[in-house]
Design a protein around this ligand. Structure first.
Ligand SMILES: [Zn+2]
Length: 434
């Protein structure tokens, strides 16, 4: 039995421009930035948004609905700023802005025997033409989206990345099939932390496997950003905030995407899985926060990573669910004894049965057990021995872009009391423990 839902994916195609007017794309992106800035300026001057929309759209040197897409982006940025007063204020910039277009209006695609041709209306009555490049998987999805009634092609962005012209096309499957949670054979308990995510897979007969994926740089980057921001606010500077915020958000976003891809790859190896998270609302109440800043600092990666994992898993038909996290991090997965003193940072030692574990991996197991307990007629297995803790660590390469991170894979042998702080990542020489 399955349920259906709409899923959208972004496909990235390098462009082979054959009409000899690549500079037109660059000009259009500068015009998009001018339009974006103009919306901000008029807004800060106190104009009504209806008026802003009319005036900016009329003066834009862009196809009408492309201008609308850019104006929408500027309104989104402003809404974000007004809804979250601890975000930086959107500011004027002098770089290009992605050319955002409606399918069939701002851009069009044409299936041919061996290739897909594109036509981008960069400026009114001025087209850029050529062929898409890309992987077979992407072409298959695009072809399906163009032909199949249950699919559609959505907006696209033309942008330049690492000196390469690209078209990012969104495709939506209106009736994607996702497995039924209650029928799952493998329960994947997920414990998301500031610096790692722990996964443990459980069936009704016992524990299958577990892994801890470390991402220390996300924590470092975010702490660094928040400290810098605080200093700048104290010094009364706001204009530079924006640059750092964008940089930090892009970095965290890219890293979380990579982590979520790894997570889903790992989960796909198991039979009929369901992914179980702790309920976020309850989890937030569980953590003691000092300031509002702290709350934001600690809460953001939980929600975002969870969304990315849920979403990527759904593309593979894997459902997600959540449980009340009551004491999951303090409960012993072996004897069930629950006590705050069981856990000390990354170390878990049961005060009752003396079972020892990596605390986050243990929490992952507890989450999976908790979910089984909430299901009718399901057996919660007794756990005597647990598999050794395996680790992956995500690190950016010494040089080069974030989209090629280093993932090291190693096994911790004979897990011991001091195992956590003793685990060292051989490729970087850094300790991956607390
Ligand atoms: Zn115990």
């Amino acid at each position: 039995m399955t349920q259906t839902q709409a899923l959208t994916k972004t496909l990235v195609f390098p462009l082979d421009v054959q009409s000899g007017n690549e500079s037109l794309l660059y000009d259009a992106r500068l015009e998009c930035r001018r339009v974006f800035n103009e919306v901000l300026r008029l807004n800060y001057d106190g104009w009504d948004w209806d008026e802003v929309e009319d005036v900016v759209e009329q003066n834009a040197d862009l196809v009408q609905n492309t201008a609308q897409r850019i104006i929408d982006k500027a309104f989104d940025a402003l809404n974000n700023y007004y809804d979250n007063d601890d975000w930086g204020r959107p500011w004027y910039k002098h770089e290009t802005f992605p050319l955002r277009m409606n399918y069939g209006e701002g851009y069009n695609l044409f299936l041919e025997d061996e290739t897909v041709r594109f036509r981008i209306s960069a400026k009114p009555y001025n087209h850029v033409k050529g062929e898409l490049h890309g992987t077979q998987d992407q072409f298959n999805l695009l072809t399906q989206a163009m032909k199949d009634d249950d699919w559609h092609v959505g907006t696209a962005e033309a942008l330049c990345r690492n000196g390469r012209e690209e078209l990012h096309v969104t495709v939506t499957n209106e009736t994607a099939e996702v497995g039924t949670k209650t029928a799952a054979d493998t329960i994947v308990g997920v414990d998301i932390n500031e610096d790692c995510v722990a996964l443990a897979t459980l069936t009704e007969s016992g524990i299958e496997d577990s892994i801890v994926i470390d991402y220390p740089e996300i924590k470092e980057e975010r702490h660094c950003y928040f400290t810098m921001r605080k200093r700048m606010q104290e010094a009364g500077q706001t204009a530079f905030n924006d640059v750092f915020r964008d940089k930090e958000q892009r970095f965290v976003h890219d890293q979380l995407h990579t982590v979520s891809r790894r997570v889903v790859e790992w989960i796909r190896r198991f039979d009929s899985p369901v992914i179980v998270f702790e309920n976020l609302k309850d989890m937030r109440e569980d953590i003691e926060y000092g300031t509002r800043m702290n709350r934001r600092l600690h809460s953001l990666p939980f929600a975002k990573l969870r969304d990315f994992i849920t979403y990527k898993a759904a593309w593979h038909g894997i459902p997600s669910d959540d449980v009340n996290p009551e004491y999951t991090s303090q409960q012993c997965p072996v004897c069930g004894h629950t006590e705050r003193a069981n856990r000390h940072k990354k170390r878990f030692k049961c005060r009752e049965c003396e079972h020892q574990d990596h605390a986050d991996r243990g929490a992952g197991i507890s989450v999976a057990q908790q979910w089984l307990r909430t299901q009718e007629d399901r057996n919660v297995p007794a756990l005597n021995t647990l598999p050794q803790v395996r680790k992956w660590e995500l690190r950016r390469q010494a040089s080069g872009p974030v989209d090629g991170p280093t993932v090291t894979h190693h096994t911790v042998e004979g897990y011991q009391t001091d195992g956590v702080s003793g685990v060292s990542d051989q490729s970087t020489g850094r300790s991956s423990g607390a």
